[in-house]
Design a binder for this molecule. Structure first.
Ligand code: FES
Length: 193
């Protein structure tokens, strides 16, 4: 009897270690996968952010030829224009690609006003509503007058549209814009690096 009981115990004892070992292995593997995932997500975000062409140094604050003065309506109606430039990531040069857009409006014979197209609230693209003759952000229905000033007291936008430096008129007819993006979601106008 004694022998039988002992051998039964030993069988149980000898069967237990592999089970614990498997559980331990699975726990360690799970922890390793979670750790690797936690490390990979911020790394991926950092890489994507670093490669974003609008965040690269040298893109913001440069002058770009945008349009001829004579294509801007004399009555001050705004027109949207793309900013075309060579875009470069870590490995490749992409010539003549759109890197952003601006609203231009003629405010004098040789004077133009430029507004950033990106909404200061959450970064949607601001359009022009011809019916009300105002700028309109379609995401949360924020209205701005033609100078980019908010016209609604309950506007979701924390600040007015971002005015760019006054464009230069070169050779008497070419409109050059100092292109710049600004941070969204803040009442302060802060240029992106
Ligand atoms: S993104 Fe323009 S009002 Fe919200």
């Amino acid at each position: 009897m004694e022998n039988s009981s002992k051998s039964s115990c030993c069988r149980r004892c000898s069967a237990s270690p592999p089970k614990e070992s498997r559980r331990g292995f699975l726990t360690r593997a799970g922890a390793w996968i979670l750790g690797a995932f936690a490390l990979a997500v911020p790394s991926a975000i950092g890489i994507v952010s670093a490669l974003n062409p609008l965040r690269q140094k040298g893109q913001g604050g440069d002058f770009f030829r945008v349009a001829s003065l004579d294509v801007l309506p004399e009555d001050g109606t705004p027109r949207k224009f793309p900013i075309i430039a060579d875009r470069r990531d870590a490995w490749t040069l992409f010539p003549n690609e759109p890197i952003g857009s601006v609203w231009l409006r003629r405010v004098g014979a040789k004077k133009v006003k430029a507004l950033c197209i990106v909404c200061p609230h959450a970064g949607c693209f601001i359009g022009y509503d011809a019916k009300s003759n105002q700028f309109l952000c379609p995401c949360h229905l924020a209205y701005f007058d033609l100078d980019g000033i908010r016209t609604d007291a309950s506007s979701q936008s924390p600040r007015d549209m971002d005015a760019l430096d006054e464009p230069e008129i070169r050779d008497g007819k070419e409109v050059w814009v100092k292109f710049q993006n600004f941070q969204t979601g803040t009442p302060d106008k802060i240029a992106e690096a």
